[in-house]
Design a binder for this molecule. Structure first.
Ligand code: ADP
Length: 424
């Protein structure tokens, strides 16, 4: 019989969902991440579920509708506390979507109060007197000020969130948090009496996140980055344990597919090639010319798979990517490469690969879709933010292990280390 679901989470993008799931697992919860809102009931015995949406920059009405649908599904699975996860740099526009989604979830739950904090000091995101710092810089002076979709030009989160909300936004500052959970509870009561419905909460250290956690147990809805999650399993008497991260034993052939052109991925591809293992580059121009690059790659992989991990990659240096984009168009190039890599991933799994590393956020989305994967059980962390996962696919009914690495994550030896970690 399944134990009761303790926490139901809604994430506004898929790598953010994995980041949150990873933190919950590290703190002792067994976690499944679903790709969108599942059509049927949950088929897993876990403590928390993270529903991954793609709602960060869509129209606020759509983000609200999808988030409320996710909430209703999580309620139907028995969850009683809910967590709306957004980016630790509070990525949003003047219209949302953090504010509108938060208020819609409050309405749906009939709850008068919630918190909002993107703080995750371990990852260089601190909130002091309501101001968000990215490393040593105010948010508004960090690279986020020039973000193409969600430029963040004000570091004062009370002001930023107030601009997106009808309800009144207030602050629980570091002095209150420093005094512990009872002080936080008292401050919440005080703010509620003043008509405040949403409070930005300061945190300048991971200890602050752990200190505030007991006071959060009583709130039906929490809204935060992934940091607040580190204190929540403790509210249910759970402590970090290897069981939380336990996945079925690894078996089968090993492969890496990479469609990420980020700095870290370029280094990882180079490191894999230098280690002497088989690697095949695929050429976007040949894909665009209609050649069956995927079939070629699969034939090539078939010759090498038996002797250890292989790598198929479109990863290229910025100048090469710009040249391809100039010839094909940015979106056209991206879509063609994503679809080809996804077909290769599917073909590899059909040929017996059961340990698959995918590099690239969008690339991962395309591969997960091609493999028909609906949910991922989250296992142990390979590098910060990147866990091994286990999933069932029509191409692998017995399941396979997957690591979905977004662009700049992971050390240079990630593509070899990942497999060593899985055996360990
Ligand atoms: P990251 O996580 O590093 O941002 P993504 O997979 O999200 O990686 O994005 C990389 C994008 O670049 C994808 O759309 C991918 O198809 C595209 N791409 C990959 N290789 C090339 C290439 N050689 N030339 C042009 N575009 C490419």
């Amino acid at each position: 019989m399944s134990t009761r679901l303790k926490l139901g989470c809604i994430a506004d993008d898929s790598t953010g969902a994995t980041d949150l799931a990873n933190n919950l697992v590290r703190a002792g919860m067994r976690v499944v991440q679903t790709i969108g809102v599942p059509p049927g009931p949950l088929d897993a015995d876990v403590d928390a579920v993270v529903v991954a949406l793609k709602s960060r920059t869509i129209a606020p009405e759509d983000a609200v509708a999808q988030s409320v649908a996710a909430l209703r599904w999580l309620q139907a699975q028995g969850a009683t506390q809910f967590y709306f996860k957004y980016c630790s740099t509070f990525d949003s526009t003047a219209r949302g979507n953090i504010g509108p989604v938060t208020e819609a979830l409050m309405d749906a739950l009939g709850t008068p109060f919630t918190i909002a904090t993107p703080a995750f000091p371990e990852n260089q995101r601190t909130v002091f007197k309501g101001h968000l710092f990215v490393g040593d810089l105010l948010l508004s002076e960090s690279g986020m000020k020039d973000h193409p979709l969600t430029p963040m030009t004000d570091a004062n989160l009370v002001r930023v969130l107030q601009a997106q909300c009808k309800r009144k936004v207030g602050l629980i500052d570091y002095q209150v948090v420093g005094q512990g959970a009872d002080a936080v509870r008292a401050r919440i009561a005080e703010l509620k009496a003043q008509g405040v419905a949403i409070a930005i909460v300061d945190a300048v250290s991971n200890a602050d996140l752990l200190r505030m956690a007991p006071a959060l147990a009583e709130l039906p809805l929490l809204t935060a980055g992934s940091g607040v999650a580190i204190g929540l399993p403790g509210n249910h008497g759970l402590a970090p344990s290897s069981q939380a991260a336990e996945l079925p034993a690894a078996e089968g052939l090993q492969a890496v597919v990479s469609g990420s052109c980020s700095l870290a991925t370029n280094r990882q591809v180079l490191d894999f090639i230098r280690s002497g293992r088989p690697a095949l580059a695929i050429d976007p121009l040949r894909i665009a010319a209609g050649e069956d690059v995927a079939a070629e790659a699969l034939a090539w992989a078939g010759e090498h798979l038996a002797s250890g991990p292989v790598l198929v990659y479109s990863t290229a240096e910025p100048a090469a990517v710009r040249a391809i984009q100039a010839r094909l168009g940015v979106e056209q190039a991206g879509g063609l490469v994503e679809q080809t890599i996804a077909r290769i991933a599917q073909g590899l799994v059909e040929r017996g690969v059961r340990q698959l590393v995918v590099a690239g956020g969008e690339t991962s989305g395309a591969c997960v879709q091609a493999l028909g994967i609906a949910q991922l059980r989250i296992g142990g962390q390979i590098d910060p933010g990147v866990p091994w996962c286990h999933a069932v696919s029509p191409a692998a009914p017995g399941g396979l292990h997957l690591a979905l690495k977004s662009g700049n994550f992971g050390t240079d030896d990630f593509f070899t280390k990942a497999f060593t970690r899985l055996q360990g």
